[in-house]
Design a protein around this ligand. Sequence first.
Ligand SMILES: C[S@@+](CC[C@H](N)C(=O)[O-])C[C@H]1O[C@@H](n2cnc3c(N)ncnc32)[C@H](O)[C@@H]1O
Length: 345
Amino acid sequence: MSTLAEHVREQARACAALGSPFYGALLELVADDVAARGPLAGVLAGFTDAPGPAAVALRLAGTAHHLALEGRAPTLTAHFPSTGGDGDPAGAFTALRELALEHPALLTSGLDRAPQTNEPGRSAALLGGLLHVAGTLPVRLWEVGASAGLNLLADRFAYAGEDGRTWGGDSPVRLDPAWDHLPAGLPVDLDVVERVAGDLAPIDPVAEPARLEAYVWPDQPERLARLRGALDLARSIPVRRVRASAAALLEGLELAEGALTVVWHSVMWQYLTRSEQGRVTARLEHLGASAREDRPFAHVAFEPRRPEPGAPHRFLVVARRWPGGHERVLGEAPPHGLPVRWATA
Ligand SMILES: C[S@@+](CC[C@H](N)C(=O)[O-])C[C@H]1O[C@@H](n2cnc3c(N)ncnc32)[C@H](O)[C@@H]1O
């Protein structure tokens, strides 16, 4: 069996184990086709050097999903569960193989694009973390590694705790359960006066919604529903999107009197070089040092951390507020951000 077929098969097993039986079965069939030097081997041939041994399989799956969502390949649309199709992986495979034979350019045109997601479920961690340090001033919200900036709409989502208590009003995005409980005494609303999304490769959610949907696995209806709800909100809530590395974005940020300036981020820290991590940390410290009670500053992060060397990663909600800047580990959540288990009562 070729190495490429092995890579596709590894990804098939990972998808099956991580909650996508549809991709698990579809990619097993793709792996068989590649091993037999079928038409999909030809389509993937030029892309085996894509970063990450399995990345090429996810690129193919994401490209097929994108075509299905946009109705550009009706035979795929008929089988993808996210497009009202019958969810039959064998049917989807037959359609994919036919596309590879008849319109290979439709598939190869998407393969040079790295999968990129934006997970609104992480707002449970980010917004919940912010509520712990927010206070009463208006909030300026800046996000680094924001992708499409959908988590900057977090104050417009609805949250329900496992204890039955809720936060937020009616919303097309309902995170339920967002957390185990919400500690007493936190603000019941937030006045967000500025939203800035920085990313090396920002996605415009209004112009390219299907690009974001394409990388959600098609048989994960809850993730798709919250993404689609956030895409809906994005049409009416202005967010300033900036193509900038995390360090470059923060160089342009200063604190403002009469507002709490917040920098937050989720699941992006591992993509920064050591040197950029150092620059971002230094800039956060600098902003913290310039904070006063009438122009406070906060940093909220939802990122994987090893509690000690060699231990498995845990996704922790961590926050600091200046003046002061004492770090608080507030809670922990699964990688998609919910439900959060708060450390505080
Ligand atoms: C896994 S995604 C997470 C996106 C979003 N924070 C979320 O949780 O849904 C990581 C994001 O980090 C961005 N990224 C990677 N390196 C970056 C850098 N040096 N500066 C800014 N953004 C970066 C990527 O383009 C991508 O959008």
